[in-house]
Write a protein that binds this ligand. Structure first.
Ligand code: BG6
Ligand code: MG
Length: 222
């Protein structure tokens, strides 16, 4: 049986993946780079700085900004994003998530956060989910972001486990790659067109029940 769950946040616990998209879109527009949802799939799960590198490369503008300007752009995007998440509340928690967290707690399963976002703790607090988390991996403590496995390994470590004993839940391609590389068992929230057909997927967090997680784990690991 799995002993821990490593949760991504944006797009898994709540709809903030959409706000990241809107903030990148706004910044992109200001510097003449247009992005669409298909391109946004490449940004999901990826750190702020790595996302900005991808955005600039997408617009063929990498050479146009020195390191100071790069830092200003990253900060500006974060300001747009932070502005949008001020009103996030318990009402924004995705369907089924609260029930799942409560049930996992009752079963003694450890819960950890494996988000690339430096705004993660703020959002958990806003959604009143902090008390459910036994550990939080600080993305500032990892050398390489998703798709590197480090953040999932750290999230497992924070709850006294190794990733192989955990389920990882993700809505991003880069995140699924990170989970697979960490040795944890991945469950994707999203569409097969975006996340592939070779892992367990749900189309809505409502499907993420403790029974579903247990049977998915048992089918894959026994
Ligand atoms: C991830 C998001 O959770 O966090 C990415 O999926 C985002 O879109 C990344 O770039 C970093 O977030 P932040 O809040 O530190 O800029
Ligand atoms: Mg995500």
């Amino acid at each position: 049986m799995f002993k821990g769950i490593l949760f991504d946040l944006d797009g898994v616990l709540t709809d903030t993946a959409e706000y990241h998209y809107q903030a990148w879109q706004r910044l992109g527009k200001e510097i003449g780079i247009t992005i669409d949802r298909a391109f946004n799939e490449e940004l999901k799960g990826v750190s702020r700085e790595d996302s900005l590198k991808l955005l600039l490369a997408h617009g063929d503008r990498t050479q146009d900004f020195d390191s100071e300007q790069f830092a200003e752009l990253a900060q500006r995007k974060n300001e747009y994003y932070v502005e949008m998440i001020q009103e996030v509340s318990t009402a924004d928690v995705y369907p089924g998530i609260l029930d799942l967290l409560k049930r996992l707690k009752k079963q003694g399963i450890k819960i950890s956060l494996a988000s690339a976002s430096k705004n993660g703790p703020f959002l958990l607090e806003k959604m009143s989910l902090l008390p459910y988390f036994d550990g939080i991996a600080d993305p500032a403590d990892v050398a390489k972001g998703k798709p590197d496995p480090e953040i999932f390994q750290l999230a497992a470590e924070k709850i006294g486990l190794t990733a192989v004993d955990c389920i990882g839940i993700e809505d991003a391609k880069a995140g699924i790659q990170a989970i697979l590389a960490s040795g944890a068992f991945p469950i994707g929230v999203g569409r097969p067109e975006d996340l592939g057909t070779d892992i367990v997927l749900v189309s809505s967090t409502e499907e993420l029940t403790a029974d579903f997680l247990t049977s998915s784990w048992q089918t894959a690991r026994n």
